[in-house]
Design a protein around this ligand. Structure first.
Ligand code: GLU
Length: 280
């Protein structure tokens, strides 16, 4: 093999406008690849047909260009790839790693309300239930996590040089296909990172837990495992994770307000917030 080429990506969901936290992540992914003469991809994660909007896609592209970030090759839209996800689902289903779940959101919330609150996972209500007569009813498909882990055995991944042992069990029987879409985020992101030859996934620490599930899916689907770089989340002026309550404006409103996007990107590279962007 020649010099190891890097391919990274930014993979926003076009369900709203981008914020400073998105910019921070996009810049890191971009710079990792560009700093090594590699490839930086843009993928639009629009499998959620009810929440994704074309106008947000346009705004995302304008925001990235304004920040001085360029991407390579055509933009991949997940909504164009539903058949690919369906084929992967069919494969997993054939291996008996799936079951249909008929629980409503309310039922799941009720089952999860006691007693462990925040750490509760899907209680497995529909696992092992004979559903042959119910397939006409709305349902999602859940991974039988215990069966899946028994199949793959212990997996690890490299996160910024550290070896992480995957414990997907902690995420429970995650949804891999939904009532309204033939794929979930977990499945689509895992398949697409492999299909696009992504070598390095750069994303926020808030997605660290789901990487345990993605690593499992890679093992189940015989996909390569990229290196991961889960970065700390951008902090607000008070040092706490940047959140709505900080009143941070969207990138689009900063852009429309005449801010210099490249200067903003350089501020973020230094871990600084743009001056004057916050209500104080
Ligand atoms: N589409 C996801 C989001 O906007 C991010 C996907 C990823 O980086 O893995 O939150």
């Amino acid at each position: 093999m020649g010099a190891a080429m890097i391919t990274s990506r930014f993979a926003p969901s076009p369900t709203g406008r981008l914020h400073l936290g998105h910019a921070f992540s996009a810049i890191r992914a971009h710079d990792l690849a560009r700093g090594r003469g590699g490839t930086f991809l843009l993928r639009i994660e629009d499998i959620d047909g009810t929440r994704s909007r074309p106008e947000h896609v346009e705004t995302i592209m304008a925001d990235l260009a304004w920040l001085g970030l360029t991407w390579d090759g055509p933009v991949v839209f997940q909504s164009d790839r539903l058949e690919v996800y369906a084929a992967a689902l069919a494969r997993l289903r054939g291996e008996g790693l799936f079951y249909p779940c008929f629980c409503t959101r309310a039922e799941i919330a009720e089952a999860m309300s006691a007693p462990h609150g925040a750490t509760a996972i899907y209680p497995g209500t529909c696992r092992g239930v004979d559903a042959r007569d119910r397939m006409g009813e709305p349902h999602c498909w859940r991974l039988d996590m215990a069966a899946a882990v028994a199949r793959t055995g212990q997996q690890v991944w490299n996160d910024a040089g550290e070896t992480i042992r995957a414990v997907p069990e902690e995420q429970g029987d995650v949804v891999l296909a939904r009532k309204d879409a033939p794929a979930s985020y977990h499945l689509a992101v895992t398949i697409d990172d492999a299909a696009q030859g992504v070598t390095d996934v750069v994303r926020g620490r808030d997605l660290f837990e789901v990487t345990h599930v993605h690593r499992l899916l890679q093992a189940l689907l015989d996909l390569p495992t990229p290196r991961y770089h889960h970065h700390e989340l951008l902090a607000g002026p008070d040092g706490e994770r940047l959140a709505k309550r900080h009143g941070a404006p969207t990138l689009a409103s900063l852009r429309e307000g005449g801010m210099d996007g490249r200067a903003l990107a350089d501020d973020l590279r230094r871990g600084q917030l743009p001056k004057g962007a916050f209500r104080t």
